[in-house]
Design a protein around this ligand. Structure first.
Ligand code: MSP
Length: 474
């Protein structure tokens, strides 16, 4: 039987600033899902990248006094460094300034929309938030400001190309209602269905070339560049070959899942499916829409002083602790919270005193009292598998930590370290069983905390733990 493929994408982030914990959250979830599917034997393609054809980049490069290209290279290298530190293993990094890998796909898709009669020229008079790169109407604003960025949007009066989004309202709705395009969780599905029920308006799909001189020219009209969202969404297909490698495209598309934060659901659940329908392409199978990471209940912001730099956390606690926090302490379906205190508590409580301590106690007993390594099994618990299929990463981690709790309780109740002296046979039996179970925990942890998983399994294979896990932090 042919190996099943699994195509997963993260959003392509704007490279106008360094990545923060929100981006780390999305990327870690994507990596966990990718590793899980790889372990199950699937052929996985995990796409990430950077959304470069935006006015934000033009502005940030100018502020840094650097040419756009040089500025972008530095930031993109910075993304790659952070991902490497976190053990995030993606298959490809698409940059929307890539003229060979991305532009032919973006142009080919634009032409499909034109052929379908879905692109027309008109004048856009209205509001635009350059931070979220979104066209707004008065009623979308909160106190006259962008609902996401709290800034007064720009007033535009431009000749643009428009995409007939309104034409696809009902069809997109049908696809979501029938489950052909599944949106997880249910609350987000309902949110988008409510939006579709109110009806979609056509959307401006290009900007004057002067706004983003390095953007993708509209085919046949170089005075305009493609609207950054039209360009960016297309990267999900161009990166796997659309417009330049049809064999690869057929292998990977449609995506099994697009992962994103709730802020960009509308683009993924309304505009993107409509573009694909217009071009006669299959829709992605699922969207996983996660919440936001807050700090002390508030958005992280420099003025409040609650911004937590992922690099600092990694340096202080190690990448596995960051992966742990993301997977265990934040629900993929709701907003989550992270403060320096909550991180330290989780680290000391669950890792240093929890998993780390348990592993070293069991392996110490095994090394002292067992004749050699214990044979272990590789089956994963079905609850974990079911949770992961539903993207319930936190629930899957809770299963693992419940097992950790059970082992702690067994040691406390049965005191095998004492029993082994009075009844060696029974004592050894209990220790053997504990080793099997810690190996099971080690194996289950592989997608979430790959280095920790390896260390535990290596300790079991050697019947001793060479280096401790998670030293306590004061
Ligand atoms: N470039 C677009 C995406 C195009 S995808 C075709 C974009 N980029 S972004 O840099 O602004 O990243 C937005 C994404 O970052 C969110 O959807 C989410 O995945 C992540 N997060 C940004 N802030 C976040 C939090 N505070 N918490 C969790 N994730 C959030 O939008």
């Amino acid at each position: 039987m042919a190996t099943k493929s699994f195509y997963i994408t993260s959003p392509i982030f704007y490279p106008n600033a360094k990545l923060h914990m929100g981006h780390v959250y999305t990327m870690t979830v994507c990596d966990i899902l990718s590793r899980f599917e790889r372990i199950r034997g699937k052929d996985v393609f995990f796409l990430t990248g950077s959304d470069e054809n935006t006015g934000k980049v033009v502005k940030a490069a100018a502020e840094a006094g650097q040419p756009v290209e040089e500025f972008l290279q530095e930031i993109v290298d910075n993304f790659a460094d952070l991902y490497a530190k976190l053990g995030i293993e993606y298959s490809a990094f698409i940059r929307t300034t890539n003229k060979e890998g991305h532009w032919p796909g973006a142009v080919a898709l634009w032409q499909k929309l034109v052929e379908a009669g879905d692109i027309y020229k008109s004048t856009y008079v209205g509001l635009y938030c350059p931070q979220c790169e979104t066209f707004y109407t008065e009623k979308d604003l909160v106190d006259g400001k962008c609902p996401l960025h709290g800034i007064v949007p720009e007033r535009l009066d431009e000749e643009n190309y428009f995409f007939k989004l309104s034409k696809y309202t009902n069809l997109v709705k049908e696809k979501i209602e029938s489950g052909e395009l599944e949106i997880v969780p249910e609350t987000r599905r309902n949110e988008i269905l409510a939006l579709l029920n109110r009806g979609l308006e056509d959307v401006s799909f290009s900007r004057p070339a002067a706004t983003v001189p390095h953007g993708i020219p509209v085919p046949g009209d170089p005075s305009q560049v493609m609207y950054v969202w039209c360009d960016a969404l297309t990267s999900y297909i161009s990166a796997v070959g659309y417009g330049h490698d049809s064999k690869s495209f057929e292998k990977w598309w449609p995506a099994n899942v697009h992962v994103m934060g709730k802020d960009i659901l509308r683009f993924h659940a309304a505009i993107w499916p409509a573009m694909l329908l217009s071009a006669g392409l299959p829709l992605p199978k699922r969207l996983l829409v996660h919440g936001f990471i807050l700090s002390g209940g508030q958005k992280m912001s420099k003025s409040i002083g609650n911004v937590i730099d992922p690099v600092e956390l990694i340096e202080e606690y190690g990448p596995e602790a960051v992966r742990y926090y993301v997977a265990r302490k934040i629900s993929p379906f709701e907003d989550g919270d992270l403060t320096r205190e909550s991180f330290k508590d989780a680290y000391n409580g669950d890792l240093a005193n929890g998993l780390g301590n348990l592993t070293s106690r069991i392996m110490k007993m095994a090394e002292t009292h067992l004749p050699g390594p214990v044979e272990t099994e590789s089956e994963l618990h079905s609850e974990l598998v079911v949770s992961m299929e539903r993207f319930e990463v936190q629930k899957a981690m809770n299963h693992i930590w419940a097992e950790i709790g059970e082992l702690d309780a067994t040691i406390q109740e049965k005191e095998p370290f004492k029993l082994v002296k009075t009844d060696p046979e029974q004592g050894r039996e209990i220790i053997t069983d504990l080793v099997r179970k810690i190996a099971h925990i080690g194996r289950s942890l592989a997608p979430f905390m790959p280095a920790t998983s390896e260390k535990i399994l290596a300790a079991v294979a050697l019947n001793k733990l060479d280096t401790g896990l998670f030293p306590r932090k004061e």
